[in-house]
Write a protein of this length. Structure first.
Length: 215
């Protein structure tokens, strides 16, 4: 089953964060995170989440290539609620990336695998969490300027893959960070695969989405 959004190594890359600034990046992986608990202003809710990964190409401000100690491109990801509703971050980012909003036909269901392999300009910012740690995050996504395309895009490095809880690629799953594996294993969808029917009380499958992507 594909990852369908509707209207209404490890998976985390290098331990060295992608530098703050704008970078050329390629989408190479989409991970189904199942139903995750979200707390906003003291209110808990359960929403279907995905994680979108980008490999980053280019140099830092000192002219050093943006690679890990193994020589692979640095990686960064962003979590999204699986939704294409008007104010959903996923819809906002994808509309910005493609340069236009979605048609109604696209809002009725868009297969996320269509964004795999596409290049973008991502803006990375730094913030401090409640735990005092600093985090580097994708703030927005924009199309690649024509001048960069004309000069030639680099070769992509990472294989293009999606991970779905419905039909999990366990080899890919085992390559994820421990924290990501634990988040997925704690979902009602994962537990239901292992015979825990009560776990389905928190959420449903992708087919159940009614409000929750360009290319």
């Amino acid at each position: 089953m594909g990852l369908i959004a509707k209207e209404g190594s490890n998976g985390e890359g290098s331990f060295v964060p992608v530098p703050v600034g704008m970078h050329l990046a390629r989408c190479y992986r989409i991970v189904d995170m199942g139903t995750q608990k979200t707390t906003y202003m003291g209110q808990d809710s359960y929403k279907m989440k995905i994680k979108v990964f980008f490999e980053v190409h280019g140099e830092d401000e000192n002219g050093n290539p943006l690679v890990t100690t193994k020589g692979d491109p640095m990686s960064i990801s962003r979590d999204y609620t699986l939704s294409l509703s008007e104010k959903a971050t996923l819809r906002i980012d994808l509309a910005s990336w493609r340069g236009r909003d979605f048609t109604q036909a696209e809002l009725n269901g868009f297969d996320l695998k269509n964004i795999l392999g596409h290049w973008a300009m991502i803006t990375v910012t730094k913030s401090t969490g409640n735990n005092g740690k600093e985090y580097h995050n994708i703030a927005n996504i924009n199309p690649v300027p024509a001048s960069i395309k004309k000069a030639g895009l680099p070769e992509g490095v990472n294989a293009l893959k999606t991970f779905s809880i419905d039909e999990p690629d366990m080899e890919l799953f085992d390559s994820f960070s421990q924290s990501l594996r634990e988040k997925i294993m704690d979902t009602p969808e994962w537990k239901a695969r292992n015979g825990d029917n009560k776990s389905q009380e928190k959420g449903g499958s992708f087919d159940d989405l009614d409000d929750d992507i360009p290319f």
